[in-house]
Design a protein around this ligand. Structure first.
Ligand code: SF4
Length: 319
């Protein structure tokens, strides 16, 4: 057993809540470099490993496989809380050139229930509130993000900050099926309102688009309309992809709740994780139309913030 799997096996259980257990995880760094040229960011922060929200389509389950935890349910029930050291984190930030993008929450939700207690995401923001000069993009499904509006205001004075709320449907029952423990869509819309009122730039991620489940023009339109009314500036979306770790959870879910779709999903996703051809193109065009309809096509980064550093010597640490 090597690396992260060994660290995971040695982690101390912090507590067991219902069926969820929390573990303390020591990692070499809080900030990770992303080497994939397909991604629009070079740096990532995932304060936790695993995610209690338990979305049926979640692609991030592979991160538990690195720890030799291969049961799909482990991803939702064994949550690893990374050790956060403020001084070390600031040292790590010194490696990041000014203006580069740091994506927060690429493989976990930084505002999942664990955050109420462990406050790792908030601790991270507190450090960003005394630095300047990065593009920071956080993605979440949780209205808990509004707890941190006080510190986010300061972060937005120093960095290009974008908060993205994922909303896949406004249908509460469907959301409960797909994203069992994530906050309801109306709570996420409230979060957009509050963040926008605080002057923070918010976008919406309507992803994944699931064939024949939430992909109708009416469904996507309703999400976009509500997002625009709440103050969001842009909407994105992409078609469901199903890697083997996600298929292991999603296909049994489909059999139970959408049995009429099983054959078609098997035909298409049995061949490859990503759909190609006419269907993704149709969804792309549908989203383009909807974006234009509601003025949700402002995907550029926020304008230069008040305390953006101009002196390269002052790339960081302008407290
Ligand atoms: S909120 Fe994100 S990370 Fe968490 S289970 Fe859902 S898709 Fe996965």
């Amino acid at each position: 057993m090597v690396g992260i799997a060994r660290l995971a096996s040695e982690s101390l259980s912090i507590e067991a809540k219902r069926e969820v257990e929390y573990f303390d995880l020591t990692t070499r760094s809080f900030l990770a470099k992303c080497n994939s040229p397909r991604m629009p960011f070079r740096w990532m922060i995932n304060p936790y490993r695993g995610c209690e929200f338990g979305c049926k389509y979640c692609y991030a389950r592979y991160t538990h496989e690195f720890m030799e935890l291969r049961d799909g349910a482990d991803f939702e029930r064994k949550i690893y809380v990374k050790h956060f050291d403020a001084r070390r984190f600031k040292e790590e930030l010194r490696r990041v050139p000014q203006g580069e993008t740091i994506a927060i929450g690429t493989a976990t939700d930084p505002y999942q229930p664990a955050e109420r207690r462990y406050r790792l995401t908030r601790s991270m923001w507190e450090q960003f509130a005394s630095t300047a000069g990065f593009e920071l993009r956080l993605i979440t499904k949780s209205d808990l993000v509004t707890r941190d509006i006080d510190v986010l205001r300061e972060v937005a004075r120093r960095h290009r900050l974008v908060i993205t709320l994922t909303i896949t449907t406004l249908d509460r029952d469907l959301a409960r099926l797909l994203e069992p423990l994530a906050p309801r869509p109306d709570l996420r819309l409230n979060a957009i309102r509050k963040l926008t009122a605080a002057g923070i730039r918010v976008t919406v991620n309507c992803a994944p688009v699931l064939p024949l489940i939430n992909d109708s023009e009416a469904s996507l339109d309703s999400v976009a309309q509500a997002a625009a009314r709440a103050g969001a500036k842009a909407i994105g979306g992409n078609v469901l992809f199903l890697k083997p770790c996600a298929q292991a959870v999603f296909m049994p879910f489909l059999e139970e709740h959408f049995p009429a779709l099983v054959r078609r999903y098997r035909e298409h996703y049995g061949r490859a994780a990503y759909l190609r051809g006419a269907y993704p193109q149709t969804i792309h065009e549908r989203l383009q139309r909807i974006r234009k309809r509601y003025g949700l096509d402002q995907r550029e980064a926020p304008p230069e913030p008040e305390l953006w550093p101009h002196d390269p010597q002052l790339t960081l640490f302008c407290e």
